[in-house]
Ligand binder design. Structure first.
Ligand code: ACO
Length: 349
């Protein structure tokens, strides 16, 4: 039994904010932002939009492309660091209600920018036991948690939602082959947002804070783990970088991806990049880029692809998958078709 992505969808808010617009109120410039990040503009949600409203739009598109009805869904996972509520109800429950997905269990996944990867792998485990269509959404209103007076961070982020429908298939030629999920809590202070219950005296209300980041340290971490995750995913499959049709990275900074391509000695062209017009939309960035890569025919039937994420936590991870159908060269240590229950553990670190 293999788990396939059978539909994708995405949503970007209408309003586009360019670097020049940011430079009107910040000590920065289009030249600095583009040369350091590869970002020219980002989408920013309207006042009446929310993480859940964007998630619903992306989800509807993914369900339509998969041909799955909302009531057939068995599970909805929304990966987000910007849930509509702090902390409940989950954004997934709001999405379920709006879609009419009355039979779906729901929860949110918080693994920052790696959230979509973590959610995909969690959904894959669920599907081995409960083989009903599953919706995985990455959705973020980053504009609501960044400090718009801090040029070190606000220039990076944008709002977006992306979604994928996962279904089981008895066809052993395709689907998700391998995943790596990792975390290094020692780096928890490199990106954080205060405002939780930590350190608050009893009776004090939870308070809102903005995102704080040590950009250069995160940059160096990202390059190292990206390279490592991608190489190890390929090692396990028996394929090489040449066999990959497309790598869909977390769209944090084009310079991170360029550094990875240089370290690995591989062509940058195989990495699908769209941060120039989206910025970093955290957990939404990979599913939005995946949907765009499919629409642009950079990912086609039978292609071997990888997705790699990294972010606050620090979390990181990746997924290697076959887009619908292709035979694996060398079997993993425990082949999914032989031992379904052990498969997630055997192939997830
Ligand atoms: N415009 C002009 N100058 C700036 C700006 C700006 N927007 N931002 C920073 N600078 C200045 C700094 O103040 C510093 O000036 P100084 O030397 O006088 O002190 C100088 O530029 C260099 O600063 P660095 O931080 O070293 O710049 P760097 O090249 O590292 O770029 C950046 C900063 C873009 C943030 C980069 O480090 C980066 O992308 N890091 C990774 C971020 C990331 O991937 N986060 C991932 C996940 S986010 C999440 O999980 C929620």
């Amino acid at each position: 039994m293999f788990v396939q992505i059978t539909g994708t969808g995405s949503y970007l808010p209408e309003r586009v904010v360019t670097n020049d617009e940011l430079a009107a109120t910040l000590d920065t410039s289009d030249e600095w932002i583009y040369s350091h990040t590869g970002i020219r503009s980002r989408h920013i949600g309207a006042d009446d939009e929310s993480t859940s409203s964007m998630a619903v739009k992306a989800a509807r598109a993914a369900l339509a492309s998969a041909g799955v009805a909302p009531e057939d869904l068995g599970l909805i996972i929304v990966a987000t660091s910007t849930p509509d509520y702090q902390l409940f109800p989950s954004t997934a429950c709001l999405v379920q209600h709006a879609l009419g997905a009355v039979n779906a269990a729901c929860f949110d996944m918080q693994a920052a920018c790696t959230g979509f990867i973590y959610a995909l792998e969690t959904a894959r485990g669920f599907l081995h036991h409960t083989p009903r269509p599953t919706l995985v959404v990455g959705a973020e209103m980053m504009s609501r948690i960044v400090d718009w007076s801090d040029r070190n961070t606000c220039i990076l982020f944008g709002d977006a939602a992306g979604a994928a429908v996962l279904e089981v298939s008895q066809d052993e030629t395709g689907g998700i082959w391998h995943s790596i999920l990792k975390a290094d809590g020692a780096g928890s202070q490199l990106i954080f947002r205060e405002g939780g219950a930590r350190g608050l005296p009893g009776g004090m209300p939870l308070i809102q804070h903005t995102l704080q980041m040590k950009g250069r340290a995160v940059f160096n971490f990202a390059v190292k783990v990206f390279d490592d995750v991608l190489c190890r995913l390929l090692e396990r499959s028996g394929y090489t970088f040449d066999d990959l049709a497309c790598v869909v990275p977390h769209q944090a900074n084009a310079r991170i991806v360029e550094a990875v391509a240089r370290r690995m000695g591989v062509p940058l062209e195989k990495f699908y990049l769209n941060m120039e017009t989206t910025g970093n939309s955290s957990a939404a960035s990979i599913p939005v880029a995946l949907d765009a890569a499919v629409a642009a025919k950079k990912i086609k039937e039978g292609d071997l692809i990888a997705m790699v994420g990294f972010g606050a936590g620090l979390t990181y991870g990746g997924i290697l998958m076959n887009w619908h159908g292709r035979t694996e060269k060398s079997a993993p240590a425990v082949h999914p078709s032989r031992d379904l229950s052990a498969e997630t553990n055997a192939n997830t670190e």
